[in-house]
Design a protein around this ligand. Structure first.
Ligand code: GDP
Length: 421
């Protein structure tokens, strides 16, 4: 047990074994409730299959899935010696992209599952590209289903090479990726070194998870606190609430709210119903600012230091990935952008470059349109003032989801902000 926390995404092509791997991790780390295991152990023994509890747990999950009960691997938690892990929404989940980039479930690192008998498949490519766009730091690549390929070293090597090729194509540093031959189903190289892969002497999966770098809270960046709601509380006055994304807030600080463009001195900060003198990234706070009334600020404003206020974009350039769109996207298209707590209609003013998602290189300058699967650099004009930051400077405030017709159609990160005068 540890109190260091990691948000982990499990990515990979459908049927390559993501759910099975999560089940295995929960099982091996003792995160499946004991009574559930006990029940399956008994059943297994009755049927003369002692030692097969894991298979029984997974079969049971599969049965429930067939009965239409959703087994949600997202939000499952398990602990290793080093970290408490939370599995964040996985690609394929309806709101994965939106949640991931609006910060609701920002993943620090990811496990990519690739089935040894299938190799790199279309969603493997898509997810790796997305992981890179959204700034995943380290990738642990589990080459899964090694049992199906008879634990053949040469098959493993071939798949590793294929994945390395893919990582290079999207310019993901292969030094930041580690490869492990596993069987989620049989439990090889997950919690214990497997006898079936004597040719492999690298880390097993739990070791690799333990040696992930500690996520560093962005305390050195300037304060950025997107406002979720604004309350009026008797005896205190106006209380904006939100989660600190970056930087530190102290009582006595002079702050500015953008784009509302008002500011003042922080009088009190409250967290968990207690007054605190200071708050840091990840803290959900309510606070009170001298001279600010309820109608002066709103959800979607960002609070920052008065001498380094949040940027307000007249236009901005961004790299986007089109996830799903029924037709084509052309200049002039005006869907709703979700960035931190803001929702603002924005016009795609120009499509500047189309990128090859496989190579990351420019495929076409000024294309007439882009469509599902395309990556592009576009120039965007918010229809109402929007506070947003270049992803290279403050990544927490530098990404967004584009929503239209009730779904997330694209995700992106901000390359450059052209500020309003
Ligand atoms: P997901 O779609 O990526 O979540 O894949 P699942 O975890 O649902 O697995 C898809 C199928 O592959 C299921 O029938 C699993 O039992 C099977 N599977 C997963 N991992 C392994 C493995 O390591 N070995 C074998 N033989 N089958 C596996």
């Amino acid at each position: 047990m540890s109190d260091q926390h990691q948000n982990l995404a499990i990515i990979g092509h459908v049927d390559h074994g993501k759910s099975t791997l999560v089940g295995r991790l929960l099982y091996e780390t003792g995160s499946v409730p004991e009574h559930v295991i006990e029940q399956h152990r008994e059943e297994a023994e009755e049927k003369g299959k002692g030692g097969f509890e894991f298979a029984y747990v997974m079969d049971n999950l599969a049965e429930e899935r067939e009965r239409g009960v959703t087994i949600d691997i997202a939000h499952q938690e398990f602990s290793t010696d080093e970290y408490d892990f939370t599995i964040v929404d996985c690609p394929g989940h309806r709101d994965f992209v939106k949640n991931m980039i609006t910060g609701a479930s920002q993943a620090d690192n990811a496990v990519l599952v690739v089935a040894a008998d299938d190799g790199v498949a279309p969603q493997t490519q898509e997810h790796v590209f997305l992981a890179r766009t959204l700034g995943i730091d380290e990738l642990i690549v589990g080459i899964n289903k090694m049992d199906i390929v008879d634990y053949e070293e040469s098959t493993y090597d071939d798949v590793v090479e294929e994945v390395e090729q893919l990582l290079k194509q999207v310019q993901f540093n292969t030094d930041d990726a580690s490869f492990i031959p596993i069987s989620a189903f049989e439990g090889d190289n997950i919690a214990e070194e497997s006898d079936n892969t004597p040719w492999y002497d690298g880390e097993i999966l739990l070791e690799a998870l333990n040696s992930l770098p500690e996520p560093e809270p962005p305390t050195d960046a300037p304060l950025r606190l997107p406002i979720q709601d604004v309350y009026t509380i008797s005896g205190i006055g106006t209380v904006p609430v939100g989660r600190i994304e970056t930087g530190i807030m102290n009582t006595g600080d002079n702050v500015s709210f953008q784009p509302s463009d008002v500011g003042g001195e922080v009088k009190t900060i409250e967290m968990h119903h207690e007054e605190v003198p200071t708050a840091e990234p990840g803290d959900n706070v309510g606070f009170n600012v001298r001279g600010i009334g309820k109608d002066d600020i709103r959800r979607g404003d960002v609070c920052g230091p008065a001498d380094d206020p949040p940027s307000v974009a007249e236009t901005f350039q961004a790299q986007i990935v089109v996830m799903q769109h029924p037709s084509v996207i052309t200049a002039g298209y005006t869907p709703v952008f979700h960035a931190h707590t803001a929702q603002v209609a924005c016009t795609i003013e120009s499509i500047d470059k189309k990128m090859d998602p496989a190579s990351g290189e420019v495929a076409e300058e000024n294309p007439d349109f882009i469509q599902s699967g395309d990556a592009a650099v576009v120039t965007i004009r918010p229809q109402k003032p929007l506070s947003i930051e270049p992803s290279s400077e403050i990544p927490e405030l530098g990404s967004f989801a584009i929503r239209d017709m009730g779904q997330t159609i694209a995700a992106g990160k901000v390359l450059d902000v052209h500020e309003k005068e």
